[in-house]
Write a protein that binds this ligand. Structure first.
Ligand code: NAP
Length: 271
């Protein structure tokens, strides 16, 4: 019953062991990172780059390999961007849906590379131990989404076509995400490293509107592709960003006495 409902808007689960395993692994691993954030164990970048270090054990911090914020972020995004770009060549003209998916993923990571180079003003380093799992997650998820789409090429389209609403959701997500990154970047002048309370856009109701739009972006990608893997990745991303935004809100509450308590973490008026 539930399965037949799912099959109205999704391609049947593929018989590929690789894609099935990746669906489970992506969902479990990314969700688990979100739960860790809720529990106060953070991935070490941005505000939390040094959060898990115990002041009783300073050698731990000294032994970690650190990358500059910009280099770390470029490491995270470039392999996934290249995977998206190369997909046009490896799986050319399979279907309109595939081409749109390849375009969406390439644009998503191109924008990240562009922002790392020209928009964001990072204040701190990124720890290599955190950069490696995130790089692998972005790269493997991009490769798996593209391959899962390739496996649908001889299948019938799902009865409910979500491609066009998906394109709209994706564009809303990517533009909203970019706009809030731009607002964050305007909080600092060149070379400044301080944190301030963000203002403008949706910052008055949630402290991580850029995460909210990232979530919308990835449901857009799921709607475009309508595969089980992209759904698992969108749900995993949602849980991770719920956890990270919850930790971020607590961070603001602890740093700024005048942080408005009515500002939620990521879902307006709810969470
Ligand atoms: N798909 C996923 O699972 C996933 C997960 C995480 C992130 N992302 C994507 O990556 C984007 C960036 O994520 P992030 O976690 O790095 O975001 P972030 O911590 O909010 O940082 C974004 C940029 O804004 C700066 N910034 C943040 N708060 C600031 C403040 N109060 N005052 C001044 N500058 C501030 C940061 O500087 P510092 O570097 O100095 O902190 C950084 O340059 C997200 O919006 C999302 O698109 C995706």
């Amino acid at each position: 019953m539930a399965m037949s409902m799912f099959l109205n808007f999704m391609y049947p689960p593929p018989s590929s062991i690789f894609v099935t395993s990746m669906s489970i692994i992506s969902f479990v691993v990314i969700t688990n990172y979100g739960i860790s954030e809720l529990r106060g164990k953070h991935l070490n970048y941005s505000k939390f780059w040094n959060a898990n270090n115990n002041s009783n054990n300073p050698t731990n911090s000294r032994n970690q390999i650190k990358l500059s914020g910009k280099v770390g972020m470029l490491l995270l995004y470039t392999p996934a961007f290249l995977a998206g770009a190369v997909s046009f060549w490896i799986f050319p003209n399979e279907s309109f849906r595939s081409t749109i998916l390849h375009g969406a993923l390439t644009l998503h990571y191109f924008k990240r590379v562009f922002e790392a180079l020209f928009i964001h003003k990072y204040s701190g380093p990124m720890v290599l131990d955190s950069a490696i799992p995130i790089t692998l997650s972005y790269f493997m998820s991009t490769v798996t989404m593209i391959y899962a789409q390739h496996l649908t090429k001889d299948l019938q389209e799902p009865p409910i076509n979500l491609l066009y609403p998906g394109i709209v959701l994706f564009l809303v997500g990517i533009i909203g995400n970019f706009y809030h990154h731009y607002l964050l970047s305007k909080l600092r002048v060149k070379g400044e490293k301080e944190y301030k309370i963000p203002k403008g856009g949706l910052f008055g109701i949630v402290i991580c509107p850029h995460y909210l739009f990232e979530i919308i972006d990835f449901y857009g990608v799921f709607f475009i592709s309508q595969t089980l893997y992209s759904l698992c990745f969108a749900i995993g991303t949602t849980f991770y960003l719920l956890g990270r935004s919850y930790a971020t809100r607590n961070w603001y509450l602890s740093k700024f006495e005048d942080f408005p308590k009515n500002v939620k973490a990521v879902i307006p008026f709810v969470f």
